[in-house]
Design a protein around this ligand. Structure first.
Ligand code: NAP
Length: 190
């Protein structure tokens, strides 16, 4: 059984931890002030985008050889009108450059915490989109999410993180402007 560490204790950490626990996975939760030995094969960074560089510095070599999941939506929260990563790039690509010894995946950024917790969006199963360059790593995360009762789909290479972050950005602007609720969002039918 795959083991997980989740860095962060906020909305996404709790929702994802709940999904993984429902699937029977062992989950270590790491609070902001802590830098413990990470026990998970998969480390989920459930933190704001600006925290990624700090975590890469603090945990450093501990993340070598692990699957590291980025779920950030790197918005300019002062304007809600732009992403702060360079055009064509992504937070996940930046994280992969900071952690050359890790296998970085992008996942969970297109699904609001409430839809991870409830398992539904508009009456359909919540689908977690997973991008990355390592097929086995993506299959590991997809299996754990599916075991927790949600749908999950391999969305392509880590380059697709750019598109996933665009979807996350748009979805956030719709919720912030109260055109959709935080229990709603984009979903995928197959
Ligand atoms: N909420 C959503 O529906 C949603 C959906 C898609 C993607 N996301 C993304 O998910 C991420 C987390 O969102 P959230 O809603 O869960 O936020 P949140 O409730 O504010 O939780 C953020 C967590 O990160 C911790 N943290 C902050 N800086 C840290 C650092 N340098 N090292 C370790 N831990 C640190 C915080 O600890 P303290 O509180 O102790 O500072 C807190 O536990 C964000 O990047 C967001 O864009 C959120």
């Amino acid at each position: 059984m795959t083991t997980f560490s989740i860095i962060g204790t906020g909305n996404m950490a709790q929702a994802i931890g709940g999904v993984l626990a429902r699937g029977g996975a062992a989950v270590q939760t790491v609070a902001h002030a802590e830098t413990p030995t990470l026990t998970g094969d998969v480390v989920i960074l459930a933190v704001p985008y600006p925290a990624l560089a700090d975590i890469a510095t603090r945990f450093g070599a501990q993340l070598d050889g692990k699957i590291v999941v980025d779920l950030t939506n790197p918005l300019d929260f002062s304007t809600f009108d732009a992403l702060v990563v360079p055009a064509g790039s992504s937070a996940a690509a930046e994280l992969a450059a900071l952690l050359p010894g890790a296998t970085v995946l992008k996942a969970f950024n297109t699904t609001f915490a409430a839809t991870l917790a409830s398992g539904t969006v508009g009456g359909s199963p919540t689908t977690v989109l997973v991008a990355g360059d390592d097929a086995a790593a993506k299959a590991t995360l997809v299996a754990a999410v599916e075991a927790g009762g949600l749908a999950a789909l391999d969305a392509g290479s880590l380059a697709r993180a750019h598109e996933l972050e665009a979807i996350g950005f748009l979805q956030l602007t719709l919720a912030v402007s109260e055109k959709i609720s935080w229990t709603a969002g984009f979903n995928l039918s197959r």
